[in-house]
Structure formats: C-alpha cells, structure tokens
Design a protein around this ligand. Sequence first.
Ligand code: KG4
Ligand code: ZN
Length: 328
Amino acid sequence: PRPLRILGIDTSCDDTGVGVVELAPDGRVTVLANRVWSQAVHAQYGGVMPELASREHVERIDQIMGDALHEAGLSVSDIGAVAATSGPGLVGALLVGLMYGKGLAQALNVPFHAAHHLEGHIFAAASEAELRAPFLALVVSGGHTHLFDVPRGGEYVLVGATRDDAAGEAFDKVARLAGLGYPGGPAISEAATRGDPQAVPFKEPLKGQSGFDFSFSGLKTAALLAHRAGATPENLAASFQRAAVQTLVNTTVRAAQATGRSTVVVSGGVAANHALREAFAATGLHVVFPGRGLNTDNGAMIALAGAAAIQAGRPASALDGGATAYAP
Ligand code: KG4
Ligand code: ZN
C-alpha cells in the first residue's frame, strides 16, 4: 500500500483555499501544503460581495492549486482523491470550488468527496492529533458558533449554538466600535495585551442556563455603552475578550461534564486566540486545536475531512448534484 495524496478545496466565502494532505497506510495524516488567497476586493464595501467572491474564485483557483502542488512537491497526477466543500456557504462561491474539484476528480479518474465546511473546521485539528470519537467540538468562526457532540465517527449532535451573533462576528464588531480595525479578532487580541481585563465589568452571557447555548449581542451592546462612557480601546478589548473567552470555555466545560467527554476540539478563526487557548489549556480537558494556518478557512482542512471520510470507509460522492445538496 502506498500513501494517498488528497487535494482539498474550499471556496465557501471570500478565501480561495487549496491544500494537500497525505494519508499514510498506517492511518497517519500529514499536511503537505496549504495555500489561501484572501480576496481584498471586499474591503471597500465593508462586507463580502457574493458575486465578486465567485468571480475572484474563478480567476484564482488554477493558480492557487498550482501553488499548493508546488509547495507539496507533487504533480497533479500524484493526487489520489479530491475533496471540496459543498456547503454551507455562499452558493455561487461554493459552486466554483465544487465544480473545479469534481472536474479534476473526473479528469484524474480518482474518487471525489463532498465535504461539509464545519466538518472541515473540526478536522483541521487532525493536523495535530489523531481525532477519534467520542469528543466534543466547538467551532468558533466569523459565521459559526456551534458546539457538537461527536459520539461516533461521522455523527454530529448539535448541543449548543449562538442565539444571535457568531463569536468572531462579535470580535469584529467590538473591534470596529473601539476603532481597532479589521479583522477584529487579531486586533482585539493585540490591544488586550495592553489593557485591564477587569476594567469593564461585562457579565457572562446566559449565566445560569441549563443548556449550552451562546449569546454575544448583549456583550456587544455593553461594549458600545462602555465605549461611550469613555473606556479605552485597550481596556475594552481586554475586558470583552475576558468575557467572551469565559462564556466559551465555561459552557464547553459544562457540556463536557454533561456528556462525559474528555476530549474537546476547538476550531475556526477564533480558535487562533491566545487567551482562549490558555483558558482551555487550564481546564484539565484534553483540548486539541488546529495547527498554524489551519484555524481560518483553508483547503487543507477540507482535505483532512476527506481523509477522515476515506478512513471511515465512506463511499465517494456523486459527481452530479448542486452546491447546496450536501451528500457525505
Ligand atoms: O473561520 P474563519 O476564517 O471564517 C469563517 O468561516 O467565518 O473565521 C474568521 C473569524 C473573524 O471573525 C476573525 O475576527 C476571527 O475569526 N479571528 C479571531 C482571531 N483570529 C481570527 N478572533 C479572535 N482572536 C483571534 N486571534
Ligand atoms: Zn469557516
């Protein structure tokens, strides 16, 4: 048996991501390449323009695939399987990567695997440790704040989610009102190192709930009021980050106790946050984070999800069907 090289594609939003992973015969996975083209055209509009995103993906995807193969030291004929995100995301943007991936798989005569974007975020952590169910998975990004229980491989039970803003969205919005720039997550994290986390007494959202949901809109409003009352950007950043980290960690720890899980995967853009990583490390749970460059949207995480599907013996996906019909 020879190692299988899997090419993964993600074009769900405004990043064109292509990655390559190697699945060894003993089941070990290694990331060989991870290239992401982050579209800059949207900045002037203050948000992602779906039609522009689709067009940019069309223009860039060939080049990004070439770069990824070059980084991996492979030629396209070395690819033994292709995976692409089929949803959720912007439908036009998704279609570009999905159809590109299907076309490539057909041309190479290799299996194609449709991947769920969130399964990709979760399996990004497989770059660091072997992920074997059961475990809990907290996905915290600009669009998602979802807590899943994974009792068996391929089975995802949603145990909690945000009732309003996503965690990353809250970081972005608080950064904007404090004048800290975009993207907000890294800006808040940096400014927080110079602020007092106790300066603004933010309350933990949904404290006392019996479930495992999240809410960030109250923190956002409280941050606006504190800003108007004269809180410095540094103190606002440090205090907001403290409260956001607290609610994410406390809710996840309670869910771990309720389900009896001892392993937790924390992934998505917000998982890059240092304070969040430190707080999770202090819980005593076995916490696995994605490796460098694998937290935010990318293609390697989709290749890793493809590797997990192949290892689990899931059949390849059909080459017909649209972007929103997720078929594992
Ligand atoms: O996963 P991602 O690239 O895109 C989505 O699928 O949404 O996540 C992007 C989000 C942004 O909201 C960004 O502000 C946040 O992740 N983020 C961070 C950090 N780095 C990125 N949030 C907190 N701390 C960070 N260091
Ligand atoms: Zn994402």
